[in-house]
Design a protein around this ligand. Structure first.
Ligand SMILES: Nc1nc2c(ncn2[C@@H]2O[C@H](COP(=O)(O)OP(=O)(O)OP(=O)(O)O)[C@@H](O)[C@H]2O)c(=O)[nH]1
Length: 237
């Protein structure tokens, strides 16, 4: 077990990172949802931000897929993004699928210089969604190896990729691991949108608990007057 180091200064997000293409974005708001910024300011993010101060680095060796944890601070709240990199080769597919379950974000990567790889993303998405509720997951469609395309080739590919992203209800990105183009921007966006969705879900749980309490009080006839008026109704006096 190792004590976690403080969040790196270059992993601090004070503002919402913007999408790459408005027409294929999960949302194109310029700022975080106001409920999220307020909750962060008032330290009402519930279990989001709760962070164990130990992390077993041997975990990676035992699970068989690549695992990384990137630590961020979003609007002053610590937030850890766990990244599970599953193998792309067909023979490892069944192992990979066991890691899809419960994912809050799914990143499907294709090769911008290979049209067939864009087509294959449909199957990857179908496999991933077998394990998850599509309405509860943030989808990203990412074209990699941007450095290998000429600007003209890229424009053509981007048109198809944006269309695919729209069809999948995914957010589109294009990156290059070789030059580093958009890599940081993309992961910051994933961290920010996942954080935002987590805080909103946490706030909804709190709202639901409150509504639950009110319903419980109101459904108990003998206590009915307590919720409607401080005074006992006449009939009970
Ligand atoms: N030119 C260029 N090459 C890249 C880029 N990203 C990855 N590569 C190369 O592409 C090959 C495959 O890269 P990986 O990152 O291992 O691909 P993967 O899809 O994760 O492969 P699996 O581990 O089998 O799932 C390697 O030779 C990389 O060096 C990129 O952005 N530009």
């Amino acid at each position: 077990m190792n004590i976690l180091a403080p969040v790196r200064r270059d992993r601090v997000l004070a503002e919402l990172p913007q999408c790459l293409r408005k027409e294929a974005a999960l949302h194109s708001n310029r700022t975080f949802h106001p409920r999220v910024s307020n909750a962060c300011q008032e330290q009402r993010t519930g279990t989001v931000g709760f962070c164990k101060d130990t992390f077993d680095k041997n975990y990676k060796a035992t699970i068989g897929v690549d695992f990384e944890m990137e630590r961020f601070e979003v609007l002053g709240v610590p937030f850890s993004l766990q990244l599970w990199d599953t193998a792309g080769q067909e023979r490892f597919k069944c192992i990979a699928s066991t890691y899809y379950r419960g994912a809050q974000a799914i990143i499907i990567v294709f090769n911008l210089s290979d049209v067939a790889s864009l087509e294959h993303t449909r199957q990857w998405l179908a496999d991933a969604l077998k394990e998850n509720d599509p309405s509860n997951v943030l989808l990203f469609l990412v074209g990699s190896k941007k450095d290998l395309s000429t600007p003209a080739q890229y424009v053509l590919m981007e048109k198809d990729a944006v269309k695919m992203a729209q069809e999948m209800k995914a957010e589109y990105w294009a990156v290059s691991s070789l030059t580093g183009e958009n890599v940081r921007e993309f992961f910051f966006r994933v961290a920010a949108l996942t954080f935002e969705a987590n805080v909103l879900a946490e706030l909804e749980k709190t709202d639901a608990r409150r509504i639950g309490d009110i319903i419980r009080i109101n459904s108990n006839d003998s206590n009915l007057y307590l919720t409607t008026s401080k005074k006992k109704p006449k009939c009970c006096q």
